[in-house]
Structure formats: structure tokens, C-alpha cells
Design a protein. Sequence first.
Length: 425
Amino acid sequence: MVVDEEEHSANHKSRNYMPFMEKYELFTSSTILLLAVMNMVIAGLSQRIPTTLEGPFKPTTRSFDPSLRRGSDDLPMNHPRLRKNVTSNFPEQIALALSTPTSMWISWVTGDAQIGLNVTPVDPSTVGSEVWYGKERGKYSGKQTGVSVIYNQLYPFEGLWNYTSGIIHHVKIDGLEPETKYYYKCGDSSLKAMSEELVFETLPLPGSGKYPGRIAVIGDLGLTSNSTTTIDHLIKNDPSMILMVGDLTYANQYLTTGGKGASCYSCQFPDAPIRETYQPRWDGWGRFMEPLTSRVPMMVVEGNHEIEPQVANVSFQSYLTRFSVPSNESGSNSNFYYSFDSGGVHFIMLGAYVDYNKTGAQYVWLQKDLQKVDRSVTPWLVAAWHPPWYNSYSSHYQEFECMRLEMEALLYEYGVDIVFSGHVS
Ligand SMILES: [Fe+2]
């Protein structure tokens, strides 16, 4: 598959969107607005809204509102929200992700990443992965340990800088009660390097007739001053979970030396054999997001900016290593696509940059996953993937027509209610 990254200019990544579902208003006008914004196929607002079971419908589009603010500058690495604020072994970039309705992933980073011509990967076993948690402030009845990993981003060409990450920790805590506040600390107690106490609230159980209070949907976020507006607004609106539909940091818009990338890399650097990335942007993004992601679970799916090719045709290393997703829990066994339940909603996250053909593993898994959905337990069925199948943006027009042809009929067959994508914002 050819993926064109050149057209993703600084302007592109700075135009964020973040629709919300208001508390218990899945059936209300906010959803209608949401659907319209996301180019969803709906009838006029004055008419009865048909369900997807009555589709397919003729696609409709909304023209771009020129009053919206356009691009903005990238935040520098020494910006207070991107700078590292802990000493070496203390946790930072803390983030939550849903595992099952009664368990949660907690991920964080310790130690220092290195970037340069020569880097020496650290031994991830030197810092343990522990989470203490409980329902009362300062009292931790549960303790779990997890895994510590690293990744490298290596370029086999003189002049390009290599990167090796700090230690990335993932711990799954389980036995959680629904709609309950949990206090937690993460880190390595043997090194006396535990985090401050943090708190999150679990979501309602499937089958309870309840729904997540507010669901924030973000795509193409980047790390610009517009991103700060988006995230500040999002924090103020107190979401109970976040769907992040790909293109997270735009670390691949940078040269390895930290200089800003070119809007057309291959035009400006015709002899460069590989597109560089500047991986410290990922660490900056993890810090930038921590005030939100350390208390609200964020469910990610990969976009084209997460591909990040490096030596030996290795790709997606940052995405795959930094984020925990319920891949085993949902039977996909792939971090590129998975599903999960949250209250009365079954969410399906699809991978557009891995095999989606009818003969492939993802399609077979999707069929099985859809067959298992019990609409009396999760009445709402929501799917998300990065590039939209319908859009009128010239750079991406019909770019994923092949994926649509493979998968759309299956989603209609099982009556998917809402689809979210990014990529063209
Ligand atoms: Fe994209």
C-alpha cells in the first residue's frame, strides 16, 4: 500500500477536532451534531433519523468552515509542558487504557532516552513495573507488577541520528468495580521511585444500561499551540474516556536533529533513502498528555504518522511499544486492531495500515468479533479507524477505497451505528 505522508503539512496537523458525547445523551442532538461533523450519513435534522440498518445512504459532506482557526506553531521541546519534570527513575508520561470492563492498563516511562549517532540501549529489567491501587486515598489493597520494555529507532545512514527509548512500563490491574474511584501509584518501590498518588474512575459495566459519561474523540492531534487549546478544552469537559483515532505526535515531521520537517520531504531531500523521525517528540507528547491520560483512559489506533519506517523494514515501533491496548483481551492479538466494551457501547478499532483484505487475519477477527456482539448488552456499536472511507479532501480522496470495498458491507451487515475517523481534518 502506498501511504502519502508528504501532504501532511504543519497546517494539517494543527487542525484538531474533539466532539463530545454529553452525559447519557447518546440519543440526543449532540450525537446528531457529531455525526454531521464526522461526515456521517444521516437524514435532515428535521426528519426522523434512520439507523444504519436502513442504509447504505448517499454520502453527504459539509464544507470547511473558514472561520475556524487554521494551523499553529509546534511547541518547542523546552516548553514547560514537554520538558521532563522528574529525576531519572521516577515515572513520567503516565497513561491509562481500558483492558476489560474490570481491568485497566497503566503505562509510564522511566529513565532517559538517548539520541545521536551512537546510542546504547538501556537494560529494561533495571527498573521494575509496579502499581499499587485501592479505593481509599493512601490505602493500596491491590498490587500488580508488569513488564518493562524499550524500543530503538535506527537509521542505517550517515548523518541521521538514532534513538533509544527510556524504559516503558505496562501493568494491568484487575478486579476493579464499575463506576468507582481508584487511587494509585506506579513505579519501582525497590528503587524508592513511586509516582505521586493519582486517581481514575472506572466506567459502567456492559449490560448495566449505563453509558460512559462523556467520550472525547480526537484525531490528528500533534503537539502545537492548537493542541494545547484542544487538550485544555478537553480536560475542562471532564471526559470519562478518550478515543484517539490516529496521527498522534507527528514526530515524523521532524529531522532527527530536531529541526522542523519539510512539507514535502522527498522534494526537499531527493537523495534521502528513508524518512527520518524525531522520537523525542513522542516523549514530549507523553508529558503533554499526562495530566489527562493519567486519570482518563485513552484508546489509540494507528495513523499514517505512526508508521515511522526505520532499518530492516521495521515500522510502528513507537506506537507498538508505548501503548497498551486490549488486543489479547479482544482476541485480535494485534495492537493494530482490537475491540472493547465501555458501558453499553462496543467499540471496534480497525487498522488501516495493516492487511484488511477479506482473506486476512484482521477481517477474520472482525467477523468473529461482530458475531459475538450482544446488542442487548451493548446496544451501541461504534467503529473507528484513521483514514475515512468517504471524504472530499483532494489529497486523500478515495485513498482507502480498497479498505472500504473489503469491509464496509460487513459493518452494514452488523449495523454499526457510528464511525469515527481522522486524517482529513
Ligand atoms: Fe493521517
